[in-house]
Design a protein around this ligand. Sequence first.
Ligand code: MLT
Length: 411
Amino acid sequence: MATVNDNYLKLKAGYLFPEIARRVNAFAEANPEAQIIRLGIGDVTEPLPEACRSAMIKAVEEMGDRASFKGYGPEQGYAWLREKIAAHDFQARGCDVDASEIFISDGSKCDCGNILDIFGDDNSIAVTDPVYPVYVDTNVMAGHTGEVNDRGEYAGLTYLPITADNNFTAAIPSQRVDLIYLCFPNNPTGATATKEHLKAWVDYAQANGSIIFFDAAYEAFITDPSLPHSIYEIEGARDCAIEFRSFSKNAGFTGTRCAFTVVPKTLTAKAKDGSEVQLWSLWNRRQSTKFNGVSYIVQRGAEAVYSEAGQAQTKALIDFYMENARIIREQLTAAGIQVYGGTNAPYVWVKTPNGLSSWEFFDKLLHTVHVVGTPGAGFGAAGEGYFRISAFNSRENVNEAMRRITEKFKL
Ligand code: MLT
């Protein structure tokens, strides 16, 4: 009989968001009259920017004409999109990133998992706690961990606690690790990193020959001009960091699918024979073999983000969600609930009131006020006692959810 990848059997019951959906669906089925407001998964709700839609419609028309029809595109993405990204997102901020170092993909969730294909199985790995579960689960699937304990921690991973005491930014570890996942603005806590904090990580990575996986999917939500948007704003990062970016949250592409990963050509890691190997070549080889690129139509839509109209429209979208975040923060604070994040990120990290555990608070909100959030414990043991509220929703739903929560939980 064929065998399975036993590593999958080590995974905790279900991926967090499907588990939440399961509980919400069961509640909805039993209570069909309940008007449920979903502030759980960070999925956008507002329509795609007009500039992106028009570009995609035009691209569809081109596909209908033999002269402009496109078949397979470059696996790395079209040069015109990569060049715009390099110029706007990196060079304009003084980052030394070339278009050829940008790989267009269908999502940073996929890239964060797929990147492990080009790394050895013997690397030591550090993640923060709480953490975006994809970083952990993909390492479990790849066989990089042992079993899970009853705190939900996998043997073999180094967990770096992020708490209110350290402003939800991990202390630099005292031991050596090979791979480090950092996410700023942070999912789930909404925390941000200063240039000094990132510089400390880059120094650590350079001193230890480590690679930082820098997830910057939420960089567009940074409002404080002193905060870095890219790890490449830090000197030396080209030699120790891979950065993941996405059009999902800034331009509403969660259903449209377009993202990109930056692998600098100067970045290397060691082969078993001790030689240094360029990671860019391996990722290029991986993508060329396992991926056929994002559709021409979607890439044209992403390119439109960088047009004048696209820039104005995506800014309006971001401002809209950040106004939701402000409402959530202010309403909960006024009700006596302690909140973090939500000023440079679309997530508000809430201390659960009355000493409730995060799943207890989840169930209570769902059952009493019909509002869905994400239990902090789902992001790791140190997330216990916290709850994530996403600002991705209509203004009407956010206002209504806050009204219901604050009426019920006023302290
Ligand atoms: C989240 O809610 O954490 C995000 O939607 C996850 C993602 O973007 O994959």
